[in-house]
Design a protein around this ligand. Structure first.
Ligand code: ADP
Ligand code: MG
Length: 697
């Protein structure tokens, strides 16, 4: 159905093909519908007048009433500028023009009140506004005092009179024409229950608000709607999946009981027990499990995974565990092999470096069912890897894997999709998890094993390096081990490698008595492993590395994490790195090294790390600093396409919208009810317009 909203924007009044082509190109907007969704990104409050004394640099545009005392031209030639000195009863400031001076100067009449409007900047002690908008107070019309929309635009558009004002003019015409065409997209019940304003009002008020109150309600309504449809989509996917995908019933616990009674090295935390119960309930339910386990670094996800593996094997199935790097796969293998051997289970490791002959044997044993557990990297995804009966697929550190890869695992069992457990230590705020992984069930291990001492974190400047070295020496002499991590950013690989190598050399020089390991991305996998193993065994005392060690590496005796150029790391990365220590009984430390001059954001990041160990709190700050678009996975989930809602600020609205979607689907899973017809219609129209929906798994 081609509708009014699909009309090309060149047909708008005052537009024409050339301007339209420019908007297509600059704003990626083609149709009426898309232009209508080009919401103002802020509003100028023309109801508020500032006094000169109130002005400071942090203010965006300000509006003030003042008189002109004196006008003068300063400089000449290209540097010539016009300055008007203005005043009100609280102070004085300046207005400046660099262009159109002859024209402006005629309008500047001394002694009569003007309304000026613009962005103030500080010069020495004085404030100045360059090229302000202005109008004699006597000519200011009443209706101007309402909120004026400000639209984002570009330099090229501005040059064609499509500045915010120009767009606003076009928008006026469009909104007028569109209003009668706009249909309600939420059910009456939802509108009433959440006290929402109608779609038509919302569109009108978002562009041309009649009052702050109505603007607020318009924004709320449109954000709610955006979240509602994202959630509905995800919940529907989940519903379809649970209905359609039968799961193998894995309900036996013999091996688990044996392990629990005889071999388990520690008591599970309450959180671990709860998550095991949640997973077990899924595995025996007859439906396919798709569960995300979120747990901060060190919360003990591996043990939960192993227990689930034991349930799978007790019930006659095989299990696989996929990790994002060889180092990590290796480490899982080493750790789990110890338990598997005790239990008499066969376990193997399959990575890119597995020799051809060994590979062949592994493939055969998987197919015959002789191999119970396989640990590996993406190598597990290759088609040649076939199982006799894969019952459980575990993916560690999900954010390194794409959704497509997760889906590929599903194909590894012809009769049933294997149950899937995704484990992530990236603490994403619950709201984001809901949206990113809305099609998964979520379990949270929100407790660390008892007896862990909180890691002490400090921020030190490069000039304190000698003291830091002294601290390293003391720790190593007490028997501890130390990580020193350097940033590695792809574009500047070479420089980073050099700074890593320089760092390595200076460490070797500073500590000739201690053996030092080095690991970085340019090394062969076997060499990396070799060095890693030396450190794990305690043969080397200091590990100089790039972020290859970021994920999952477990060396309980390492008690100091030093991060060089810490200002160059993102918050979640710093948190991951810090999580490499604090795994044993000793007090652990994290030292963030940086240069002295820091950007505001860098400082917030480092201060946050010093202030808290809580991954969720850190994730919240991260979300606020970076916005959701930057977080892993958001690109593929469709939430990067939110037009108005903001995951970092609108979490409460998301929660409401999620509830609304849940209730709707509970009452009418197929959306057959005539009262819900508009919801179905909206989903269809979104499908047509947003191809990226299909990328959600
Ligand atoms: P992560 O969740 O980061 O993957 P791990 O599974 O690597 O954490 O566990 C971190 C460390 O804590 C490991 O040395 C593990 O043996 C230990 N651990 C796990 N669960 C417990 C527990 N309940 N009590 C004591 N130590 C535990
Ligand atoms: Mg782990």
């Amino acid at each position: 159905m081609s509708s009014f909203f699909d009309t090309k924007i060149e047909f708008l009044r005052g537009m024409g093909p050339q301007k339209a082509a420019l908007i297509n190109k600059e704003l990626n907007i083609f149709t009426y519908g898309e232009l209508l969704q080009h919401y103002p990104f802020r509003y100028e409050d023309r109801t508020r007048f500032f006094k000169i004394r109130e002005i400071n640099e942090d203010l965006e545009n300000v509006q003030l009433i003042a008189k002109i005392r004196k006008v003068e031209t300063i400089g000449d030639g290209r540097k010539k500028r016009l300055v008007a000195h203005i005043f009100d009863e609280t102070g004085e400031m300046e207005l400046t023009w660099f262009k159109g001076i002859q024209w402006v100067v005629k309008k500047l009449v001394t002694g009569v009140p003007f309304v000026f409007f613009g962005k103030p900047n500080r010069f020495g002690r004085k404030f100045s506004i360059a090229h302000p908008e202005m109008e004699p107070l006597s000519q200011v019309q009443e209706e101007k005092s309402f909120f004026q929309p400000v639209y984002s635009t570009t330099e090229k558009l501005r040059a064609r009179y499509l500045d915010s004002k120009g767009i606003s003019k076009i928008m006026e015409g469009l909104v007028q024409a569109a209003l009668p065409q706009i249909q309600e997209t939420l059910t009456l019940e939802i509108i009433q229950r959440f006290n929402l304003i109608g779609k038509r009002d919302a569109i009108r008020q978002i562009h041309f608000p009649e009052s702050p109150e109505l603007l607020k309600r318009a924004r709320f309504r449109l954000k709610f709607e955006e979240f509602f449809y994202v959630q509905l989509r995800l919940l529907k996917l989940k519903l379809t999946r649970t209905e359609k995908s039968q799961g193998q019933i894995l309900n036996q616990t013999d091996l688990l009981n044996k392990f629990y009674n005889e071999y388990i090295p520690f008591e599970l935390t309450e959180a671990q027990k709860r998550v095991v119960r949640e997973a077990f309930a899924d595995m025996k339910s007859g439906k396919q499990m798709n569960r995300l386990i979120q747990g901060d670094v060190g919360s003990g996800k591996t043990m939960v995974a192993f227990i689930c593996i034991l349930i799978a094997i007790s019930s006659g199935a095989q299990a696989c565990l996929m990790a994002p790097t060889e180092i990590l796969a290796n480490q899982h293998y080493e750790g789990l092999k110890e338990y598997a051997d005790l239990m008499g289970l066969k376990i193997a490791l399959l990575t890119g470096s597995t020799k051809k002959s060994a590979r062949k044997i592994i493939h055969e044993m998987l197919l015959s069912g002789d191999l119970h557990i396989i640990i590996g990297t993406h190598a597990l995804l290759e088609d040649i890897v076939q199982f006799k009966n894969l019952g459980l697929a575990i993916v560690d550190e999900q954010h390194r894997f794409g959704v497509a890869q997760r889906a590929k695992l599903w194909g590894k069992n012809e009769n049933f999709y294997p149950h899937v457990l995704v484990m992530t230590a990236t603490p994403i705020p619950r709201t984001l998890a809901m949206t990113l992984y809305g099609d998964l069930d979520i379990s949270v291990i929100d407790e660390l094993p008892a007896g862990r001492k909180p890691i002490q974190t400090v921020h030190r400047y490069d000039k304190d390096r000698l003291k830091v070295f002294g601290f390293i020496r003391k720790q190593v002499l007490e028997g501890r081990q130390v990580y020193i991590v350097y940033p590695l950013i792809e574009e500047s690989d070479k420089m980073d490698l050099k700074s890593l190598m320089d760092g390595y050399e200076s460490i070797c020089r500073a500590f000739p008595e201690f053996p030092v390991s080095i690991v970085h991305g340019d090394m062969k996998a076997a060499d990396k492993d070799f060095e890693m193993q030396r450190f794990v065994k305690g043969e080397t005392k200091i590990m100089v590395a790039t972020t290859v060690i970021e994920v999952g590496v477990n060396v309980p005796n390492a008690s100091v994490m030093i991060v060089e150029n810490a200002e160059r790391f993102g918050l979640s990365q710093l948190h991951q790195l810090r999580g490499r220590v604090g795994r044993g009984a000793d007090q652990s430390y994290c030292i963030l090294m940086s240069k002295y001059e820091l950007s505001k954001d860098s400082r917030v990041r480092l201060d946050t790390m010093v202030r808290t160990n809580n991954g969720f709190e850190i994730a919240d700050v991260d979300l606020k600093l970076r916005g959701p678009g930057d977080l892993m996975g958001t690109q593929q989930s469709g939430i990067a396409d939110l037009m108005i809602a903001d995951l970092s600020k609108d979490a409460p609205i998301l929660t409401l919208a999620r509830d609304a979607a849940e209730i709707l689907l509970q009452n009418d899973p197929e959306l057959n009810n005539p009262e819900n017809a508009m919801v179905l219609r909206q989903i269809k129209s979104q499908k047509k317009h947003q191809m990226n929906w299909s990328r959600i798994s």
